[in-house]
Design a protein around this ligand. Structure first.
Ligand SMILES: Nc1ncnc2c1ncn2[C@@H]1O[C@H](COP(=O)(O)OP(=O)(O)O)[C@@H](O)[C@H]1O
Ligand SMILES: [Mg+2]
Length: 291
């Protein structure tokens, strides 16, 4: 089977602010759950945005990014068939990126990386079957009751659940989550990480989640790719990233990555940590009432 994500020799320079990524190469296999760890400014967002095809690498370098065997970009040029590929990639942002004035269910239906033709999105015409699937996705993440509220009326954690529901609705094979818990309190953060774990374990979704603290990576991600100043400085088992190892990799800036040490690994039996698992779905009648 083709790897889920292949990045080879990615360089990115932003104007005069220097190099954000310096020859990054990375392979992620299908079904992996990988943490992308690094201090602020190390290049995590830039790398994830390249994989999603939202930005292009430096054109003078021979770089290539493939997702599920299809070329997303090559030598600084986006592949023309990108719309089709983007549907397979779900993106979850630190700031949720919902359209505040729209209801939660409409946010799920519209998606965030293109799916419906623009005219349909504008007219907000959604087939009944889509509405049902959107409600099922909201049920899965535990916010079915909020389907018809304005997105802006939800708490941060609920908005992030909605963003995850959007990727479920989209049937994304890969979810790229860019610091999805950086704006949330620890308990809500756990819920969001458990939802991502849940998608990974039960649906086989490949997850790459950027984090700036090791605790959550230790608890939820068997593999960590660590970035520093645009370079990959570590790629391997998360559990090997002890405090000392992080100090060796990051020197004095390692402190920023320690975070809450109470987040010890709990993956001993290899089972999902999920509190959701294949949770009992809302009854058909409850869903029908809302479609
Ligand atoms: N749009 C941009 N314009 C200029 N510089 C940028 C831009 N985006 C990121 N950078 C720079 O690239 C580097 C990596 O940033 P980023 O990928 O956002 O890091 P992280 O997500 O790990 O905090 C930083 O030095 C940042 O200032
Ligand atoms: Mg970032």
């Amino acid at each position: 089977m083709k790897p889920a994500i292949e990045v080879s020799q990615l360089h990115k320079t932003f104007g005069r602010s220097g190099q954000a990524l310096c020859g990054v190469s990375l392979q992620v296999n299908n079904g992996e759950m990988v943490a992308l760890l690094g201090a602020s400014g190390s290049g995590k967002s830039t790398l994830l945005r390249h994989i999603a095809g939202l930005i292009t690498g430096d054109s003078e370098k021979a770089c290539c990014i493939r997702v599920l065997g299809e070329t997303i970009q090559e030598n600084g040029r986006i592949n023309r068939g990108i719309r089709r590929h983007r549907g397979r990639i779900g993106f979850v942002f630190q700031q949720f990126n919902l359209v505040n004035r729209l209801s939660v269910i409409k946010n799920v239906l519209v998606g965030n990386l293109s799916r419906l033709p623009a005219w349909r999105t504008l007219l907000q015409l959604f087939p009944e079957d889509d509405r049902r699937r959107a409600l099922q996705a909201l049920d899965r993440v535990g916010i079915l009751d909020h389907a018809y509220k304005r997105a802006s009326d939800l708490s941060g954690g609920q908005q992030q659940r909605a963003a995850i529901a959007r990727t479920i609705f989209q049937r994304a094979d890969i979810v790229l989550a860019d610091e999805p818990i950086a704006s949330l309190d620890p308990e809500t953060s756990r819920t969001i990480m458990e939802l991502l774990t849940d998608l990974n374990k039960w649906d086989g979704v490949t997850v790459v989640v950027s984090l700036h603290q090791i605790g959550f990576a230790l608890r939820y991600c068997p593999r960590t790719v660590a970035l520093r100043d645009g370079h990959i400085v570590y790629d391997g088992p998360t559990e090997a990233l002890t405090r000392n190892a992080l100090r060796e990799l990051y020197g004095s800036s390692a402190n920023e990555l320690f975070g809450d040490v109470a987040e010890a690994p709990v993956r001993a039996n290899g089972k999902p940590n999920s509190v959701f698992g294949p949770r009992p779905a809302a009854s058909e009648a409850a869903l029908e009432a809302q479609v």
